[in-house]
Structures are given as structure tokens and as C-alpha cells.
Write a protein that binds this ligand. Structure first.
Ligand SMILES: [Fe+2]
Length: 268
């Protein structure tokens, strides 16, 4: 079963405190790249966390868009990690981080074309076969648009339909892309089949310039993004998770934002 309710991205900054929050947080999301090389003590600690919370994994470096190569070493480690801790759900970004196997660790955009949709669909099938679990894909932010023949919702829709994968709908990414590329975020949401969404992300971004916002995950969620979350939840009440990666405040402070997220989720 997919996770339910309201989740939080697990970060090193508060990993020791998190067990006492098991009643307030419905699920946790972890980045496997940060958890694959734990020492014995850290592994024990993470095992206990996995017993106390439903945990989902959110990958950073599989590079779905690098359709010409498949990192079997990484996939092997990933599979071991997911199996060891009993993690069923795993997501990756609909972007590329490597090209021809050379890793950049940046989430770069894909050309949105039929050919790319087919190639990504094929890569998803190979990944699912190796990991023996379905893949969830996330809509990323992008700051440049490569030559494309489809709009983003059609591109995402085509991949979801052809692969059967579910979507991790990042609401902040929709907002940031809408601002930077001048489209209506609500119209974008309307064009997404919410039945195919596994869960949502919510995060803060930086208003870098009056024509450019950057998805930093380094500050509180903006009012407009809470509004967009309420818009999504009014259409379908989906599980949602708060992502904070930079400038991580004390957990009790972060929990104030978390409680706001829960209020919006419950109101829906
Ligand atoms: Fe996200």
C-alpha cells in the first residue's frame, strides 16, 4: 500500500530526534544515496526508524533521462538498500543527472518529445525489472527548455500512461516552473491525472530575481505554494510530504510548517 497522510523528508540534522515524533508524522522519505553507506551504529539507528515509520525512498542520481545507459552498479546497491530496510516505494526525477554515464549530480531537463517519452518508458521498465518494484517519477524544476514538441503535462502524461508508473507531484516545482516559464500552475494541475499521483512534495523556494525563482528547499514554504497545495487537495486528497534540504531549522520549528501542511491536508 502507498503511504498515507503527511510525511517529512528525513535529514541528518534531526535523525536522532525523529523517533519521538512517530505519533505526529505519518511517513518519512529518505534519500538512498545518503543512506547506502551507513556504519553499523547508523544502520541500527535507521533500522529502528524503519520500524517506527513507513519509509519511502527518493533517489537523486539514477538519471532516468540518460536513456543510453543504465547504471547497474548503482541499481544493485539500491536494490540491496531497499530490500535490507523493507522499503517498498522508490521515486526518481524525470530529468537527467548523467549523460552517457558521466555523473553531474544536477537535475537537468529532458527534451519533451514522443521519442524521449518512449525511451524513458523503456528505461523505467528495465529499472522496475531489476528493482522488482514499481517506479514513481517526479516532475522536476527546470531553468531552460530543450527543444520540445510536447508540453510538460502531455509529456508526463504520456510516460505515466505508457509505463504505468505513478507520479510524485512536486507542487512547489509546478509553482516555480509556472513562474519562471510563465504558465498557469493551476491549469498545469488540471491537466495532470491525479488518479496517477502516488504522493506530493511541498517545499520552499528562493525568489532570486523578479523574473527567476529557484527551487532551493532552503526556506519556508511560500503562501502561493500553500494555496496551490490547497487547490490540489480540494481536487483529490493525496499524501503529501515536506522537503527541507538546506538551512534546516530545529525540528520543532520545522514541525510548525508540518502542522500547517497537515491543516491544509485535513481541511480538504
Ligand atoms: Fe521534490
Amino acid at each position: 500500500m502507498m503511504v498515507e497522510g503527511c510525511g517529512l523528508g528525513l535529514r541528518d540534522d534531526f535523525i536522532d530526534e525523529i523517533p519521538s515524533y512517530a505519533k505526529r508524522i505519518d511517513f518519512l522519505e529518505v534519500v538512498p544515496e545518503n543512506m547506502m553507506h551507513l556504519n553499523r551504529k547508523e544502520a541500527k539507528r535507521f533500522e529502528r526508524i524503519c520500524e517506527a515509520f513507513p519509509v519511502v525512498a527518493h533517489g537523486l542520481s539514477l538519471s532516468l533521462g540518460d536513456v543510453g545507459s543504465l547504471d547497474l552498479i548503482h541499481l544493485g546497491r539500491l536494490k540491496k538498500f531497499l530490500e535490507r530496510y523493507g522499503i517498498e516505494h522508490y521515486s526518481e526525477h524525470l530529468s537527467f543527472t548523467s549523460l552517457d554515464g558521466v555523473q553531474s549530480y544536477e537535475l537537468l531537463p529532458l527534451p519533451m518529445t514522443e521519442t524521449m517519452a518512449d525511451a524513458v518508458t523503456e528505461k523505467i521498465a528495465r529499472i522496475e525489472e531489476i528493482l522488482e518494484r514499481p517506479l514513481i517519477i517526479e516532475n522536476p524544476t527546470y531553468y531552460t527548455v530543450l527543444e520540445s514538441t510536447m508540453d510538460e503535462t502531455a509529456f508526463i502524461g504520456a510516460i505515466l500512461e505508457r509505463s504505468g508508473a505513478k507520479l510524485l507531484l512536486d507542487i512547489n516545482n509546478v509553482f516555480v516552473n509556472g513562474f519562471n516559464h510563465r504558465f498557469d500552475a493551476k491549469a498545469f494541475i488540471d491537466a495532470i491525472d491525479l488518479e496517477r499521483v502516488a504522493y506530493c512534495h511541498i517545499a520552499g523556494h528562493l525568489e532570486y530575481r523578479d523574473d527567476l525563482f529557484i527551487d532551493t528547499h532552503g526556506m519556508p514554504v511560500k503562501e502561493e505554494v500553500w494555496d496551490l497545495m490547497a487547490y490540489v487537495m480540494a481536487k483529490k486528497r493525496l499524501p503529501v510530504m515536506l522537503e527541507r534540504d538546506n538551512n534546516v531549522p530545529p525540528l520543532e520549528t520545522l514541525m510548525k510548517e508540518f502542522e500547517r501542511m497537515r491543516e491544509i491536508h485535513h481541511a480538504a
